[in-house]
Design a protein around this ligand. Structure first.
Ligand SMILES: Nc1ncnc2c1ncn2[C@@H]1O[C@H](COP(=O)(O)OP(=O)(O)O)[C@@H](O)[C@H]1O
Ligand SMILES: [Mg+2]
Length: 336
């Protein structure tokens, strides 16, 4: 837990627009996100597919260039649209890494896994000589739960879970401080998902890593995350510590996401409040007016159709963007 609140990454009003093929308007993939990531925490980022999680993660690393806003890493400005700052990223590449959703696609099928881990060492000249290089590769493989004797094998000889371990070893090779874990288990068999999560959790503890942990499923992130951010159509709609956010969600969208998570106890499952999501998320090319969630929200009023609610602190450390939370208690009760 990040009790001391030492900010590692600060994001302000970050936006990313993509040109939409055959359309005049752009896709607003990330639409004004402000967020601090504390050193040593795992910040979970959830939301339905297409809400901008991957785009936000890649913008922070500047693997894709943001359209607007500001990003700071450890007090240094990586990007500021207004001030025209675009930092040289090479020194930061050692500190910030990413683990991809699809390990098979992120590994070269013609490069042995040892070699692909070695390449990460070479880029930043982290080892001297063949022997030290080989020792580092084997140590990294052991660290992520692979057999170093398999260093000479090709990715095709590995299971999905083992391939993801190679991806983790590659990210760790440069001894980063911060890792974007972009749905690292969503392409894997359910039976091995928790093993990979445990490995990521152990590595975080051992090395004091900071994670942005992306998933579309709240049940995956709630265990690994200190705090959780919930995205809807490019915007952050709720942010808070993961225990109280999952126990007592504030935003109606978070409530709907949570009610889609099955409980282990079937009886509790049957009894609890059902709040199923209506329909599909709207297109980020033409987001609805006002609060983008209003067409699917059981509480929506005229104000929700007209005004975009800002993300506001509702309780210490708990933020939500919802007009209905700003009403006095009586008003809120009569609106539900
Ligand atoms: N390179 C791209 N070009 C055009 N549109 C993109 C591109 N990447 C993502 N998008 C669009 O941006 C939105 C957010 O995508 P993404 O960040 O991948 O969401 P998520 O990771 O939450 O599923 C989607 O509407 C997606 O189609
Ligand atoms: Mg994604």
């Amino acid at each position: 837990m990040a009790e001391h609140k030492d900010v590692l990454i600060s994001i302000r009003d970050l936006t990313k627009r993509f040109a939409a093929p055959g359309r005049k308007k752009a896709v607003r993939a990330v639409d004004g996100v402000s967020l601090d990531i504390y050193r040593g925490e795992a910040l979970g980022l959830v939301g339905e597919s297409g809400c901008g999680k991957t785009t936000l993660g890649r913008c922070i690393l500047r693997l894709i260039e943001p359209s607007g806003g500001r990003i700071e890493y450890d007090g240094q400005v990586l990007f500021d649209k207004e001030e025209g700052i675009r930092a040289e990223m090479l020194p930061f590449r050692r500190k910030m890494q990413i683990i991809f959703q699809n390990p098979a696609a992120s590994l070269d099928p013609r490069t042995t896994v040892g070699e692909s881990i070695g390449e990460a060492l070479d880029i930043h000249r982290l080892v001297k000589g063949r022997e030290e290089r080989q020792q580092r590769i084997e140590a990294l493989m052991t660290e992520v739960g692979l057999d170093p004797a398999d260093a000479g094998r090709y990715p095709g000889a590995f299971s999905g879970g083992q391939q993801q371990r190679v991806g983790i070893a590659r990210a760790l090779a440069v001894e980063p401080e911060f890792i974007v874990c972009d749905e690292p288990i969503s392409s894997l068999d359910v039976s091995i998902q928790s093993q990979i999560i445990n490995t990521l959790e152990d590595l975080k503890q051992q090395k004091g890593l900071t994670y942005l942990f992306i998933a579309h499923d709240l049940s995956v992130v709630r265990h690994i995350s200190d705090r959780i951010g919930v995205m809807y159509l490019g915007r952050l709609v709720e942010l808070g510590d993961s225990v109280s956010l999952t126990a007592r969600p504030l935003h109606p969208y978070t409530r709907a996401l949570l009610s889609a998570v099955p409980l282990p106890d079937p009886e509790k499952n049957r009894l609890r409040e059902r709040n199923p999501m209506q329909g599909e998320p709207p297109s980020p090319v033409d987001p609805p007016s006002g609060c983008a969630f209003h067409p699917r929200c059981p509480m929506a009023t005229e104000k929700c159709r007209q005004e975009t609610p800002p993300l506001m602190e509702r309780e210490p450390g708990r933020f939500a963007a919802c007009h209905m939370l700003s009403l006095p208690k009586e008003g809120r009760d009569s609106a539900t």
